[in-house]
Design a protein. Structure first.
Length: 102
């Protein structure tokens, strides 16, 4: 299988999954517990993508001061918690990542 075919199939599957929830709205009654948990899906997904990159940038758990990604992530968390600003969080995280000694 070519890479382009796999990418197209993944796009179609992703689109179908998202469309299924939109199309089902109003036609299917989701349980209250399911509806209550839906707002947490984006946060859980982003966390699952970001945390391994911060804690295991080379495939091994690396909790040390010389882990620039981890320090940039911690700085971004602190900036986000204090400013509630996405642009400042991004800028601060990238600055720390750029200047932190490797």
């Amino acid at each position: 299988m070519s890479v382009w075919l796999i990418m197209a199939l993944c796009g179609v599957v992703t689109f179908a999954i998202r469309l299924s929830f939109i199309a089902a709205e109003g036609k299917v009654a989701f349980p209250p517990g399911f509806r209550r948990l839906l707002p947490f899906v984006p946060v859980a997904t982003l966390t699952a993508l970001v945390i391994p990159e911060l804690l295991m940038p080379q495939g091994v758990l690396w909790l040390a001061w010389d882990n620039a990604r981890l320090m940039a992530g911690v700085a971004a968390i602190v900036i986000a918690a204090t400013t509630r600003s996405v642009p400042w969080t991004l800028v601060g995280g990238f600055v720390v990542l750029g200047v932190w000694p490797f």
